[in-house]
Design a protein around this ligand. Structure first.
Ligand SMILES: *[C@@H]1O[C@H](CO)[C@@H](O)[C@H](O)[C@H]1NC(C)=O
Ligand SMILES: *[C@@H]1O[C@H](CO)[C@@H](O)[C@H](O)[C@H]1NC(C)=O
Ligand SMILES: *[C@@H]1O[C@H](CO)[C@@H](O)[C@H](O)[C@H]1NC(C)=O
Ligand SMILES: *[C@@H]1O[C@H](CO)[C@@H](O)[C@H](O)[C@H]1NC(C)=O
Length: 534
């Protein structure tokens, strides 16, 4: 069933819930949508073939016999949708606590353990890298064995050790093609974002922290030490500091944008307070070079035992073996005769096995958040680049909230402007997934999916509203007398379009003699020009 509000469209299918997995196939102009026991293929919010993948009565029974809620937990929640190199779709579902994967052409089911969660309500993440699945989830029924793993013939995973992953909540994974061109002959990285129980705080209560970890694509594990385990798993704290807040904020979602080659990549992350998520939400940005510096040049932390049993993690100041623990196989390693991680010496491997945590945290760019908001819980983020009328690029953030709205925000030279907040789900439903294409935003929740245009310029009927919105996508077209989405034609004929992003100056708007109640000082200025007030 599809319904439209203006240009927004809501999709939901009778009896189907939990629309929380999406794959955008821009090559096919299609959105593939995973929900509970169903997969939909949608073109422009009109859905075509759908695949049902229910659990059997037997599976449901076995699941409920193990103490799970038959009507809710013992279903098949579609959690993973990826495109394989051969163009087939790879799908995984929770299958009543027996995670299972399949190719969209059915009948080739395989074990989904370690790829897809058992428990549908648990956070997890995955990424397909050159046809190989990387995943971070729990490997067992109880949810007590968290792993980050690569599922190839020789699968590689993290150690089961709290020094590696300590009650983690997995958030996001990203493949960055650093191997494409580096003077050091370095490898591609797969970054993992999560939160976990901290070991580095002197606190009697449990404190969680946000983390970024990474592994190298070419990692094959060690020969004896760390056999079939990552030799390149390093993690660091991810800071998003806000004043007067004692407990660190926790990461909820991450999106990355690489405008040029990989050196330009920036990760945008949303955070919320850890005790009361409505207290503060924030967005922080992280540059790839800052992340790299921490992992490739930073110091490590090491555990020391103080007072018989209490373990404290402090900066490690002893010798660090060469090749550097956790480094990918690069030119330095090759010069020393190590051509694969299988060749790495025990000293290097033992070091990383015991001490995967970096001493330094990865700091937010400018060492402060791009945006802080009180009383709203941010849940998801996507970012797009908009080219303004004068040709300048701006990063526009679309932020989903727990109350079912999407904020559209942009940063103009350090000044954060929230252009609008659009309520999409009523009654309110948390935003559970966001995906963005060139022109459209897809917002998923437990109850349905909304598709909307990333530039709804037609919403502004007056020149003043259009210009004061300070939306880089929109400008007032003097010829057409309407608010339009800016395109390349307009950029060459700037005289017929009005846009004023940095100061919302609407003085060039046609004078109508009537003025809307001014919302800001700038509006006041433009009202003054028209010499009339209400
Ligand atoms: C699926 O959606 C239903 C309806 O909103 C909700 O009650 C349920 O908690 C959801 N299940 C999970 C695992 O999120
Ligand atoms: C990436 O692009 C920048 C600027 O466009 C350039 O200076 C740099 O050399 C490039 N780096 C790589 C590794 O290609
Ligand atoms: C730009 O938009 C105008 C309408 O505002 C349209 O007439 C024109 O064809 C568009 N140009 C391009 C390149 O899309
Ligand atoms: C374009 O506008 C932005 C903000 O309004 C301003 O910062 C920038 O300098 C302008 N660029 C050019 C090329 O005029």
């Amino acid at each position: 069933v599809t319904s439209s509000f203006g240009k927004r469209r809501l999709f939901r299918e009778e009896g189907v819930w939990n629309y929380t997995t999406m794959l955008l196939r821009e090559d096919l102009n299609m959105l593939i949508l995973g929900a509970r026991e169903a997969i939909f293929m949608m073109v422009n919010c009109i859905y075509s073939p759908q695949v049902y993948w229910p659990v059997t009565n037997k599976e449901q029974k076995v699941c409920s016999n193990k103490g799970k809620d038959a009507a809710n937990d013992c279903k098949n929640y579609i959690k993973i949708l990826h495109k394989r190199n051969d163009d087939r779709m790879y799908v995984c579902g929770t299958k009543a606590f027996i995670p299972t994967c399949d190719y969209m052409v059915k009948g080739k089911q395989e074990d989904g353990k370690g790829k897809c969660p058992f428990d549908p309500s648990q956070r997890y993440t995955s990424e397909m890298v050159d046809g190989v699945l990387y995943s971070a989830t729990s490997m067992n029924f109880r949810g007590s064995e968290p792993v980050m793993m690569r599922s190839s013939e020789e699968s590689i995973r993290t150690e089961f050790a709290s020094t590696w992953l300590n009650e983690p909540n997995f958030i996001h994974m990203a493949h960055i093609r650093e191997g494409d061109s580096t003077p050091e002959g370095d490898d591609d990285k797969i970054y993992l974002f999560f939160s976990e129980t901290a070991v580095e705080y002197d606190s009697y209560t449990k404190v969680d922290v946000s983390r970024i970890a990474r592994v190298c694509k070419g990692d094959l594990g060690g020969l004896r030490t760390l056999q079939r385990k990552w030799t390149s798993f390093l993690k660091a704290r991810l800071d998003c500091p806000i004043p007067n807040n004692n407990l660190p904020l926790l990461v909820q979602d991450v999106f990355h944008l690489c405008p040029g080659n990989w050196t330009t990549c920036v990760f945008y992350a949303v955070f919320t307070s850890q005790l009361d998520s409505f207290q503060y939400s924030a967005v922080c940005a992280y540059k790839i070079e800052d992340i790299q510096t921490v992992f490739s040049k930073g110091k490590f932390k090491a555990p020391v035992t103080v007072e018989t049993s209490f373990v404290k993690w402090v900066m490690y100041s002893g010798d660090v073996p060469d090749p550097r623990p956790g480094a990918c196989i690069d030119n330095n390693a090759r010069r020393m005769g190590f051509t694969s991680s299988l060749d790495l010496p025990d000293k290097t491997l033992q070091f990383i096995k015991d001490k995967p945590l970096m001493d330094q945290a990865v700091k937010a760019s400018e060492e402060k958040p791009l945006l802080v908001k009180r009383g709203t819980a941010f849940t998801r983020i996507v970012v797009a680049t908009a080219t303004a009328l004068n040709g300048t690029s701006h990063q526009v953030m679309f932020i989903g909230t727990k109350s079912g709205s999407v904020l559209k925000a942009v940063n103009y030279d350090g000044e954060m402007v929230i252009m609008e907040e659009i309520q999409l789900f009523e009654p309110s439903e948390p935003v559970k997934i966001l995906r963005i294409s060139n022109t459209k935003l897809y917002v998923g929740s437990e109850v349905g999916v909304v598709q909307l245009s990333i530039s709804e310029c037609g919403r502004y009927h007056k020149c003043l509203d259009c210009v004061l919105a300070r939306d880089p996508y929109c400008g007032w077209d003097l010829n057409a007398d309407k608010c339009s989405t800016i395109n390349s034609t307009h950029r060459t004929r700037t005289s017929t379009m009005i846009q004023s992003l940095s100061d919302g100056d609407a003085r060039r708007c046609p004078q109508t003699g009537i003025c809307i109640i001014p919302q800001s000082l700038h509006a006041l200025c433009s009202c003054r020009n028209t010499k009339s007030y209400i």
